[in-house]
Design a protein around this ligand. Structure first.
Ligand code: ZN
Length: 140
């Protein structure tokens, strides 16, 4: 099982600033095909998530370009299965989250990452004491 931190859900801040500023102008968002997701849903559940009609398209909860440029998600994170649903053509748009839902999701992820950072096995005590008040009293 891959940890949340290993998934690197967010772009580094400096890269996100560049994407926000230039992605549209210089066409920096690559077209990514949801081949893996398509194969998965065909095998697992080849019906529309909403109307149970035939599966025609892979829909994305967080649209790729918006997710990268506007919200700072890592492109690789958005092409993963969790972000997809099987739909028919006419219900594709129903899968898309509203901006405030994306914002809440992002906030929750950041909190989980912070927690993982503080509890993670790669962090020594130098960090665990830094964030939790004064160091232990050594006079005793
Ligand atoms: Zn449908």
């Amino acid at each position: 099982m891959v940890s949340l931190r290993e998934l690197r859900p967010f772009l580094p801040d400096d890269l996100w600033q560049v994407m926000k500023k230039y992605a549209g102008e210089y066409n920096l968002n690559p077209v990514r095909y949801a081949r893996k997701a398509r194969a998965y849903w065909l095998r697992k559940r080849p019906v529309c998530f909403f109307c149970k009609g035939p599966f025609e398209e892979v829909a994305h909860k967080i649209p790729h370009t918006k997710g990268v440029d506007q919200f700072g998600f890592n492109s690789d994170f958005l092409v993963m299965l969790w972000n997809t649903l099987p739909t028919c053509k006419s219900d594709n748009a129903l899968a898309e989250w509203k901006d405030d839902q994306i914002t809440r999701f992002k906030r929750g992820l950041r909190e989980k990452l912070e927690l993982a950072k503080n509890l993670g096995p790669n962090r020594g005590h130098e960090n665990s004491t830094q964030n939790k008040g004064p160091p232990p009293d050594r006079r005793a």
